[in-house]
Design a protein around this ligand. Sequence first.
Ligand SMILES: Cc1cc2nc3c(=O)[nH]c(=O)nc-3n(C[C@H](O)[C@H](O)[C@H](O)COP(=O)(O)OP(=O)(O)OC[C@H]3O[C@@H](n4cnc5c(N)ncnc54)[C@H](O)[C@@H]3O)c2cc1C
Length: 459
Amino acid sequence: MTESRNYRLVHGGGNDAEIPHVLVVGGGYLGMYTARRLEKKLGAGEARITVIDPNSYMTYQPFLPETAAGSISPRHVVVPLRKVFKRVRVLGGRVVRIDHADRTVRYEPNVGEPETIAYDYLVMAAGAVSRTLPIPGLAEWGIGIKTVEEAAYLRNHVLNQLAVADSTDDEDVRRKALNFVFVGGGFAGAEAIAELEDMVRDAIRVHPSIDQSDVKFYLIEAADKILPEVGPEVGAKSLNQLRRRGIDVRLKTFLESAVDQRIKLSDGTEFEAGTLVWTAGVKPSPVVAASDLPVGPKGHVDTNEYLKVNGVENAFAGGDNAQVPDGNGGYYPPNAQNAVRQAPVLADNVIAALRGGEPTAYRHKNLGAVAGLGMHKGAAQLFGKIKLNGRLAWYAHRSYHLMAVPTFNRKLRVLSDWTLSLFLRRDFAALPEMAAPRQAFEEASEPRIVEDGQLRRVS
Ligand SMILES: Cc1cc2nc3c(=O)[nH]c(=O)nc-3n(C[C@H](O)[C@H](O)[C@H](O)COP(=O)(O)OP(=O)(O)OC[C@H]3O[C@@H](n4cnc5c(N)ncnc54)[C@H](O)[C@@H]3O)c2cc1C
């Protein structure tokens, strides 16, 4: 194990160790935008900035449902961190322990031995992970939609389920392949089921044995409504819209079991399903619990309005891994809208701490929410007043996110994906083998013989 109390020992010589070190845990929305502002505003001699993230890219998560439906290429919803920064050091790996009292983190590089890295200022931007429950079978058969890999996998998986159903006369196999279950009717769940249902509706045209009535999409939601982010009126209209499309939305219902892909719901319904997508909420990244930072009741970093961690010096936090007071007795909701706007305030407060200036409080008035529910379908609530469903909401969704996706390069690529989809039919090529790319080579390396006129493996 490498012990590198001094940062210089980890990353080469020079007198860099004398310069204050700002360490950003996580290169997502908050981490990327904060580090970018820090490098823009701070002189090279004022601070060294490091971002640690297991991924070499920031993910624009609001585009994941469209990625799962094949409307946007997976590469176009991620922004390579090393391309965004000029002098921020990006380390590919995971922080597994934070000793703020000692000003060190334990860092596990994606390849190589764990190291200890010292810092002077800490920015906690590790975001959130899917919040699962101990439901039998869920861990084995469920999948989230929090990462670009999950979104890309889902597209291949769902299209492959159609291929499975189209390739057999076994009614049980067909039924199971054509049952798609989504748990959680918030933003991620409602957008994901709507986008994928849209894709499947298009795709069955090239699967001659499948009829639209054979396909069953279920949305399971514990509350009595979906899409709370867009308000009750737009949420209720969206619910009707999904039901009109044939999606079986079950409110006040829980998933009880998914053992061996047999779905059991709290209303007594039981059936087999080849697809189980879990989008029932998020919780702070587990690294928060592996730190000596104070946490709130739900495990978030306990932060004040200046995005400073309460009770300690020189630690800052925001985004999905933090609870940030909204000035009205509650906390800002964990969404991209807040993470993006917290980043400049947080960066400026780090700079104020470095230079001895006054910090600024984070204040933001909710701008509303936009959701895409498939081609030309959406839900939007803007500035608390404007309520939209259908095509207008879909335009609002696309315009907002095109403006918000980082870098001109990504805007252009996403726009080109959308423009192409206006002229070309959707692409239905399923590549499920992407999940096991070495399989073909391994099989080619296995000796086989022809026995009784049939090809068999030599065991
Ligand atoms: C499908 C979906 C749709 C969404 N749609 C919307 C929307 O329309 N509008 C909206 O406002 N919000 C939306 N959100 C929510 C929004 O994406 C999040 O609120 C936002 O990403 C939070 O930003 P963040 O920087 O806190 O976390 P993230 O952007 O998740 O970044 C966290 C980073 O930390 C890294 N990390 C985690 N653990 C460690 C560790 N131990 N060490 C190092 N790095 C670590 C992760 O790899 C990640 O890169 C959506 C989310 C999803 C999943």
